[in-house]
Write a protein that binds this ligand. Structure first.
Ligand SMILES: [Zn+2]
Length: 489
């Protein structure tokens, strides 16, 4: 089983492990005052999302940690969703919020239950797999992508490492600087470097920082969180996962440095220092300033594009695009972002949104995949001005114009990786103009993604029928899909 491509030298480990511990220190009072509570809110949301994902059918089982005094109430919550839970392990209470390995329980000391939650059938299947050490089955029941499960088995079980960070990093990017330092990039959903603080978008340890099934799973988890009312927590989480972060390991101690907090924890013992850096795409207002990664200098902090990463949205943010609220827009955008990311991840590419409004959709796509270059065309001047605010480094890529007749967005030498379009726009157009646009989509775009919102769905029944009326053939098998890749018929 060799899921890990060791492009760089595998870790040379020493044969001792330190006792488990996790210590965190904040960079300052302002950072702690604002973000400690937010971290707790995200962690609480995540604990619920773990089993809500089972109720939503995203996976068969979840493992949750339960305190004995809340077990009865929790079991009631699960039952209301048609789920049951059985304890599979008792563990001691760790002094830290995150431990890479379970603490053994001791008689008379506080303890926690590890409980598997699922339908009665899947819980039984899990218990069997657990008792028989059937790792593959366990991974499948927990909904872990098979690439990641194989990676985990190889690294944690076969090679006996307790920290997957270095193998994950060298599976993502080749090591620079000799062989002990790696810089990685990728969508925030696959960024697992905040797990010691309880902040994560997926339940498993991904095989790389760009693992595509992980990104899709993370987006689905975020959506479950939003649907459960954790809109704010999910915004914070995605923001945090896009900040710069550095993991380094030496002599069995890992140090995770972030703009807000520093964590020390146990890792595999090595004689060399190993470093993984993830540069990220935004920086918190309360973040420490300073020289050296991951900190920013004061001069850098004053850059105007920082505004685009703030969690508060301007009042035109949803209204520009015809939505009554940011929540409604988020819900409509979610499947489009997931579909685009699934195709482009991890390589990125140029994405043209025909009828881009203020560019909010492209901003989310870029947040999910920073390697995307956004392009947008929109009739309304004011919205284009806003799009340039949301995409300051790509301001020139946003043009005002009619999507049927504009030529400037189609220079003959330009090839887009993907074009995004609501096919209803072609039904409103004179046939000759619609033909011309279809021709351009066919010749100057590698992929076409069509989507639609409620009003058009009511008229045509589903996206496939609407797309067909506009001369497209959708590739999705899902009759209820609101976003799908499409070919021109
Ligand atoms: Zn994977």
């Amino acid at each position: 089983m060799t899921a890990v491509k060791t492009t760089a030298k595998a870790m040379e480990t020493l044969d001792f492990v330190l006792p488990d511990f996790t210590r965190r220190s904040w960079v300052g009072k302002a950072a702690q005052d604002i973000w400690e509570l937010r971290f707790q809110r995200i962690t609480r949301a995540w604990q619920e999302m773990e089993w809500l994902a089972v109720a939503a059918g995203l996976r068969a089982c979840a493992i949750v940690i339960v305190m004995p005094n809340t077990f009865v109430q929790q079991a009631g919550d699960w039952a209301r969703h048609g789920l049951s839970g059985i304890p599979i392990e008792i563990q001691g209470v760790s002094s830290s919020s995150y431990s890479s390995s379970a603490v053994p329980s001791e008689l008379g000391k506080p303890f926690l239950y590890r409980v598997v939650v699922g339908t009665p059938q899947s819980v039984t299947a899990f218990k069997n797999a657990w008792d028989n050490d059937n790792h593959e089955k366990i991974g499948r029941l927990l909904g872990y992508p098979s690439c990641c499960h194989q990676f985990f088995f190889d690294v944690w079980v076969e090679r006996g490492l307790i920290d997957t960070t270095w193998p994950m990093a060298i599976a993502t990017a080749p090591a620079a600087d000799g062989e002990h330092s790696v810089e990685v990039n990728g969508p925030p959903e696959a960024n697992i470097l905040w797990r010691w603080m309880g902040l994560r978008a997926v339940p498993h340890l991904p095989c790389s920082f760009t693992c595509q099934p992980t990104v899709v799973l993370g987006q689905q988890f975020i959506q479950i969180g939003r649907q459960a009312g954790y809109e704010q927590e999910m915004d914070w989480l995605l923001e945090i996962l896009s900040w710069p972060v550095q993991w380094s390991a030496l002599h069995g101690i890992a140090e995770i440095k972030t703009p807000l907090v520093k964590v020390s924890t146990r890792t595999d013992a090595t004689a060399h220092e190993y470093v993984v850096r993830r540069p990220g795409s935004s920086y918190p207002d309360e973040g420490a300033t300073g020289l050296g990664f991951p900190y920013q200098t004061a001069a850098k902090l004053r850059r105007p594009q920082r505004q685009t990463t703030r969690s508060a949205h301007p009042d035109w943010y949803a209204a520009d695009n015809g939505f009554v609220s940011v929540t409604a827009m988020t819900k409509a955008h979610e499947p489009i972002v997931a579909a685009v990311t699934a195709v482009l991840s991890p390589h990125g590419g140029s994405v043209l949104d025909l009828g881009c409004g203020n560019g909010a959709l492209l901003q989310k796509i870029r947040r999910a995949n920073p390697a995307v270059a956004p392009f947008g065309l929109e009739l309304d001047d004011g919205r284009i001005a806003h799009a340039r605010q949301l995409h300051p480094t790509f301001a020139d890529n946003f043009l005002t114009g009619n999507l049927l007749t504009n030529n400037a967005i189609w220079p003959p030498e330009r090839q887009y990786t993907m074009a995004i379009l609501m096919p209803g726009r072609l039904l409103e157009a004179p046939p000759k103009q619609a033909d011309q646009l279809r021709q351009r989509l066919r010749t100057q775009c590698d992929h076409i993604l069509v989507y639609t919102y409620d009003d058009w769905l009511e008229r045509y029944g589903n996206l496939a029928k609407l797309a067909q009326a506009a001369g497209f053939h959708t590739l999705s098998d899902d009759d209820n899909a609101t976003a799908s890749l499409a070919k021109i018929e």
